[in-house]
Design a protein around this ligand. Structure first.
Ligand code: NI
Length: 191
């Protein structure tokens, strides 16, 4: 089932997600829905907070980058309770987008190599190393479950430049090619 994607401005994107228990009710369904939602929006990664869930889960499918990196063909994974234990190398720039920020892209500096521990959808524990675009997507999604979004990495100067774009996104004024959930505006009570 395709779920609406939470737009920038919703407090759920700023909250640290909570660990998932093995027998968490509805976990499989959440993961299936997240894949449906990500593919529908033509994304390469999606974190649970982006569909309004507070769980430490994200998914990736980096196949669209197979031209850039052959290793990414069929690179489809579920990360449950992940912990990045190491980030190494000289920071590099990559142009990132995010499904919660339609039509916004920014160059973001991140380290190129990571080591991550996580559980897969069957709760098998893994410890793996990634670099390049795979690491980049994982770092972006990992941020989401810590309540961090990609524009938190840009300079205050750049952030001022895109301020009106951000406002437009949070008000639902930027059309996405997929269903979004825009933060509820506070109603002023009169009288
Ligand atoms: Ni994102």
């Amino acid at each position: 089932m395709i779920l609406p994607i939470v737009a920038y401005g919703d407090p759920v994107l700023k909250k640290e997600a909570t660990p998932v228990e093995r027998d968490h009710p509805g976990l499989k369904e959440l993961i299936n829905n997240m894949f449906d939602t990500m593919y529908n929006a033509q994304g390469v990664g999606l974190a649970a907070p982006q569909v309004g869930s507070g769980l430490r889960v994200f998914i990736v499918d980096a196949s669209p980058f197979k031209q850039e990196d052959k290793r990414l063909e069929g690179f489809k994974k579920v990360f449950i309770n992940p912990v990045i234990v190491e980030e190494t190398g000289k920071e590099w720039l990559f142009n990132e987008g995010c499904l919660s920020f339609p039509k916004l892209r920014e160059d973001i500096w991140r380290k190129p190599s990571i080591k991550i521990k996580y559980y897969d959808e069957d709760f098998n524990l893994h410890e793996e190393k990634y670099d390049g675009i795979a690491a980049r997507i994982i770092q972006h999604e990992y941020d989401h479950i810590k309540g961090i979004v990609f524009i938190d990495h840009i300079t205050p100067f750049k952030r001022r430049i895109i301020k009106s774009k951000l406002n437009a996104i949070s008000k639902g004024l930027v059309n996405a090619d997929y269903k979004m959930k825009v933060p509820v505006k506070k109603q002023k009570t009169v009288g």
